[in-house]
Design a protein around this ligand. Sequence first.
Ligand SMILES: Nc1ncnc2c1ncn2[C@@H]1O[C@H](COP(=O)(O)OP(=O)(O)O)[C@@H](O)[C@H]1O
Ligand SMILES: [Mg+2]
Length: 422
Amino acid sequence: MPRIITVSSGKGGVGKTTFAVNFALTLSRVAPTILVDLDTGTSSIRNTLDTPVNRDLYHFFRKGQPLSDCLTRLDHRCDPHNLFSNFSFVAAPKHSIEEITNWSDQSRWKLVHAINQLPAKFIILDLRAGLDANVIDFLPLSNSGILVFTPHHPAATLAAGDIVKSVLFRKLRFIFSSDSPFFRQHGSMAHEHRLVNDLLDQVEDVYEEGLSSLDDFLEDLQNSLGDNPYLKAITNVVHSFGVYFVLNMFDGVNESYETAVKPFVQYLTENLSSQLRLTNLGWVVKDEAIHEANCARRPILLQNQWRKTVVETDLDPIMRELAKLETSVLGLPKPQEAPDTKTPEDVLLHISDQSPLDRQLEILNSMYRTQGSLQVRNNFAYLAHRALHIVRSLPADTFGQSRLLTPLEIFHKIFPHTPPSI
Ligand SMILES: Nc1ncnc2c1ncn2[C@@H]1O[C@H](COP(=O)(O)OP(=O)(O)O)[C@@H](O)[C@H]1O
Ligand SMILES: [Mg+2]
């Protein structure tokens, strides 16, 4: 089953594209990987890779070419030893073309359908900044994809939090919309239904006095209605929702904790819930060499001296440390214990007594013990192997997604037993 992993940040300039390109290159050493540039206004990926592009999204949208014919492989100059032959990318058009930069709904679903058909194990989507439909519709339903933010950009941390909020509320709104099967099933509870939607409005709208988080909301619901199907459904959605993030331009545990992780976790706890499953995937240090490599259109992992990272590094010690970290600190099951047939809700999640903030600090420290002594160039190897470990440990759709869903498919995903006519 493919894993489609979206990389987003809410804000621009935090290193989304830098991360997406190098992450995809690393994953391609393990399995076929396609990187898709969905930041169609800036054509950033083609500007980062010094490789001629014959066909891109222009040919897909305007010339009717299949998306799988619009793939570009690295040419000899970028990959002289053919080490990344499993990597290809779909470039955005050379310059902005209004119709392609701002897709219509119809174009977007055409693209979604084509991305779902791409022949790769990993499909990495580099999203644009912002929170419009051209971002939200590519984000997973049950997790955040990968969020990139940086200790150097406080507004980016809050923008990443807003992505989590948008995805979570999209799912809750689906469940509690008046034409949802949930509503039909519990339609006799019209009073409860109105109440749930009113309370959701209050949580979502930060200008409104009243409930500020989904935790308060659940408590309120419990107090006014007692145990009921609404409470159960919302609790399930919130407690099984996964947030995965990467810190770019990392500058040490304390600095990153104080200026990025802490405000991020506080935002989520205060506005959404303290029960979300937060996973810090790792970090990329701030290094001028990374920036220079981008400017030279040869990403850092394609530079001679860095290529070794993903090709020659002995990954066993990293993997051993990761296995320990995942089971002891993050509480993930061992890979073989989590068959793909389980739903995210079935997976036994480690419930910690610690506050979400203490937990994140402990994770940062544990990762630093593992990673701090590693060479800068191993950051991407670490991140990719952590992602692989999670892919192997958790059921499909807990991290990334197995396919992008249309609204109708989302409906059936949430309510699998609904007859197709509804
Ligand atoms: N870890 C890093 N160290 C140094 N410079 C970086 C790093 N990550 C990104 N940059 C630089 O920051 C700028 C923004 O990065 P980019 O990946 O284009 O961000 P985004 O896709 O979020 O807009 C670029 O000039 C890039 O070269
Ligand atoms: Mg970008």
